[in-house]
Design a protein around this ligand. Structure first.
Ligand code: COA
Length: 415
């Protein structure tokens, strides 16, 4: 069976996390992704957080599946010639260098358009145009400058970053959508275009509901579904909401049986309005079904702390999985707090390919997250990440270089 992006060639000039997540998705959708790396070291993540000496790290292998690797010194004149051939033959160039790095290398957008007018050039940068556009940015900087940190955590604590890599992988996802959209437009226009995703913008996009709340706060000076209501003080900016749900259906994280010893013996519980009656029956608080202080969503807002601590009395008598099973019978939305260990062992995630076991010639078998986006006509097979420069000769041959020319490039340490 063919793949959605069969025939599309990606010049993958990405490193670290944000760019590689994007090109990995494109590879999973069938594109031929050619990762260009510096000879010797390659993508810095190959050597970061290593768990086995001299073997590509999990950081690298889990972000670079299904790609080919060519080593190339793109600051060397001969290396630039190879890069020009790659630009001519590829459909998309993806990069996430520090601002200006590609220009300094001699490959501005204008030059790239001259070399290949059909080229789509996609970039991740920390910030869009503005006071910070020249800054280098990593994940947590984006979380902090995009509104996630100021709205994450508890009211009486400092801002918090989240474990989900919304700055890096989140921006990679945004960029990926931009690329396939530009490819779609190219079908009609025949022209390439620039695609730009700034990490601050991507995080802010994912924090959209918090900008909603800022405007509600400006108007009403309180946010009734936040834990600060009704006793707490609201300031001028959206406060940290602890574990309150971001939507109109109040929720909280509640202790389950074993919480004293297991840091993940908790469940997320949502008091969705249509199932209020069922919730009251399950926890044995039937009077709340008709009590005017509890019977409507609006009436319940000032009592959320009382309500959740009463529900918690019940959840503490069940394991998170028992609670999940009982509550789902009544369509009460809830979710156990799953540890990474539990997720790694989850059979249904393995069955769908969301968690995959991959074999690597140097590290052996390891687990990875597969493609979370499932296409019925373009199934994903996850193959291992390339060794540094594993496909250098193959790619140079594809570009038309002879064996002698390749030997010369190698001797001159261009690749
Ligand atoms: C992530 C980041 C902070 C890393 O910074 P860094 O390690 O200093 O790396 P840079 O991107 O500055 O690149 C370093 C140099 O390597 C050079 N280089 C990269 N690949 C090369 C190659 N194959 N051959 C020759 N030179 C190469 C670059 O041209 C650059 O040179 P310059 O500084 O002389 O212009 C930075 O790339 C960045 O801010 N990227 C955009 C935001 C982003 O994606 N952040 C998330 C990372 S997960």
């Amino acid at each position: 069976m063919g793949k959605a992006l069969d025939g599309i060639k990606i010049l993958d000039f990405t490193h670290v996390q944000s760019g590689p997540t994007c090109t990995q998705l494109l590879a999973w959708f069938g594109a031929d992704v050619i990762k260009v790396e510096r000879a010797g070291e390659g993508d810095a993540t190959r050597g970061q957080l290593r768990d086995i000496p001299d073997v590509d790290s999990l950081y690298f292998t889990m972000l670079n599946h299904n790609k080919r690797s060519i080593t190339l010194d793109t600051k060397n004149p001969k290396g630039k010639e190879v890069l020009i051939e790659l630009i001519k033959q590829c459909d998309v160039l993806v990069e996430n260098f520090a601002p200006g790095a590609l220009d300094r290398m001699g490959f501005s957008w204008e030059r790239i358009q001259q070399i290949n007018p059909r080229m789509i050039m996609a970039s991740v940068k920390g910030f869009g145009p503005g006071p910070y556009e020249e800054c280098k940015v990593y994940e947590n900087v984006a979380q902090c400058t995009g509104g996630a940190a100021s709205t994450t955590g508890f009211d009486d604590g400092p801002p918090l970053v989240t474990g989900a890599q919304i700055g890096d992988s989140g921006t990679g996802l945004h960029l990926c959508l931009g690329i396939v959209t530009a490819l779609f437009q190219r079908e009609r226009s025949g022209r390439g275009q620039r695609v730009m995703a700034a990490m601050q913008d991507a995080v802010l996009n994912l924090c959209r509901v918090k900008l909603r709340d800022q405007q509600r706060l400006d108007r009403k000076h309180v946010l009734e579904e936040y834990p600060q209501y009704p006793e707490g003080e609201f300031g001028e900016a959206v406060p940290r909401a602890g574990n309150a749900s971001g939507g109109g259906q109040p929720g909280w994280i509640l202790k389950c049986k074993g919480w004293q010893h297991d840091p993940n013996a908790y469940i997320y519980f949502i008091t969705q309005a249509p199932v209020w009656e069922s919730i009251c029956k399950v926890i044995g608080e039937e009077t709340w079904i008709t009590d005017p202080s509890y019977s409507t969503p609006k009436a319940r807002l000032p009592h959320l702390k009382t309500i959740f601590s009463r529900i918690e009395e019940w959840t503490k008598t069940k394991t998170k999985f028992e609670a999940m099973e009982i509550l789902n019978k009544y369509d009460i939305p809830c979710g156990p707090i799953l540890s990474m260990k539990e997720l790694a062992q989850d059979e249904s995630l393995r069955a769908t390919g969301t968690i995959v076991e991959v074999d690597h010639p140097k590290r052996g078998k390891y687990l990875s997250v597969g493609n979370p986006i499932k296409l019925s006509d373009s199934p994903t097979e996850v193959t291992r990440s390339p060794l540094l420069g594993e496909h250098t000769e193959e790619i140079l041959t594809m570009l038309g270089y002879t064996q002698d020319q390749i030997a010369e490039l190698k001797a001159a340490k261009v690749c």
